[in-house]
Design a protein around this ligand. Structure first.
Ligand code: SAH
Length: 239
């Protein structure tokens, strides 16, 4: 019998557990799930509602549109869920999900992810249960489930043994603060456009230099914010 590491443990709290594993059951993440490299438990928040109607939400204090997830129900769901690692709340006002945060999470034992619905969750449960709010972008989803799937997809592909070649994680967009260089594959000429000659030259040093130049140029053109962050506030931004 071979020793098996416990793997990354994801626990998701949701009103729609049937949304999981969803896309995470396919391809790289799905295979890794089958292999036990990570585990996923989606738990129904509603199971922690104890009144006759299994109420999970109520009207916002002070008025306003929509409904708010009740703190007592959500806290009970959190307390009942065995989990490892940080407790996250998917939230449009959270810290942006970055590759750095993804790496940090993938190096840990797992995480608990709370998926909001309606207008959101009662503020007190965020404080009392120490929830770290994470946003996947500046737009509003109808629920945290797709955001949790995005986060877990990004984390799982970094777990050891998930990607075929470990190196393929290292040259990618955002690793090193840059966008990735363009890719090409056969045929060498397609619709009249050739693969850049340098990539077919066999000169590995020149190829590496070309890739670096492409990464710099793309980042500067498309994401001046990333470029500035990399160069520091006093640099001109010129390559
Ligand atoms: N009233 C809230 C939006 C609620 S959307 C506001 O204006 O900030 C309902 C739920 O979807 C949220 O509780 C959150 O869990 C999830 N959600 C929506 N947009 C998201 C985003 N950009 N990133 C992460 N989660 C998001």
């Amino acid at each position: 019998m071979s020793f098996k590491a416990p793997g990354f443990k994801a626990t998701v709290l949701t009103l729609f557990p049937e949304m999981f594993p969803g896309p995470l059951g396919q391809s790289l993440a799905g295979r890794a799930l089958e292999q036990g490299i990570w585990s996923l438990e989606a738990r129904d928040i509603r199971a922690s509602a104890c009144d006759r109607h299994r109420t999970v939400d109520d009207h916002p204090a002070g008025g306003g549109a929509g409904m708010v997830l009740k703190p007592d129900v959500l806290a009970a769901a959190i307390d009942a869920a065995p989990h490892d690692g940080p407790r996250l709340l998917m939230s449009p006002r959270g810290e942006p999900l970055t590759q750095a945060l993804v790496r940090e999470l993938s190096a840990g034992p797992g995480c608990l992810i709370v998926c909001g619905r309606f207008e959101g969750v009662d503020e007190r449960v965020i404080e009392k249960r120490n929830l770290r709010e994470v946003s996947i972008g500046d737009y509003v989803l109808s629920g945290g489930e797709p955001a949790a799937i995005v986060l877990l997809d990004a984390v799982v592909r970094l777990l050891p043994g998930v990607m075929g070649k470990q190196a393929s994680g290292e040259e990618e967009s955002f690793e090193g603060g840059l966008l990735e260089h363009p890719h090409y594959t056969k045929p060498n000429v397609w619709e009249g456009v050739e693969i850049p000659g340098i990539l077919l030259s066999g000169d590995h040093k020149a190829i590496a230099r070309w890739k670096q130049e492409q990464r710099n140029a793309l980042t500067q053109a498309r994401r001046p914010d990333l470029w500035r962050a990399l160069r520091g506030p006093n640099e001109s931004g010129k390559i």
